[in-house]
Write a new protein. Structure first.
Length: 82
């Protein structure tokens, strides 16, 4: 249950974190607009808060995977002959 909570907290944190500020070329205009870092929406820049949220969610996924592996891999003790 704690792993699921950590995943939810990480996703919410990443979604509510303020986006990174604008970035791009400075001091000159690029010769080819296709090479401009701010020319299209295909580039992704994450803010520190978004990265922290993604890391928290990843830790939660690892905790959930470890719990599921433990739960599925646990062997039940067989009672010995009396």
């Amino acid at each position: 249950m704690a792993g699921l909570l950590v995943v939810v907290v990480g996703v919410v944190w990443a979604l509510l974190a303020p986006p990174a500020g604008p970035y791009g070329w400075f001091a000159y205009t690029p010769l080819d607009p296709e090479l401009s870092a701010s020319g299209g929406d295909e580039s992704v820049v994450l803010s520190t808060g978004q990265v922290v949220g993604i890391v928290i969610a990843a830790v939660g996924v690892v905790v959930l995977a470890a719990w599921a592996g433990f739960r599925l891999g646990r062997r039940r003790a067989r009672p010995g002959p009396s």
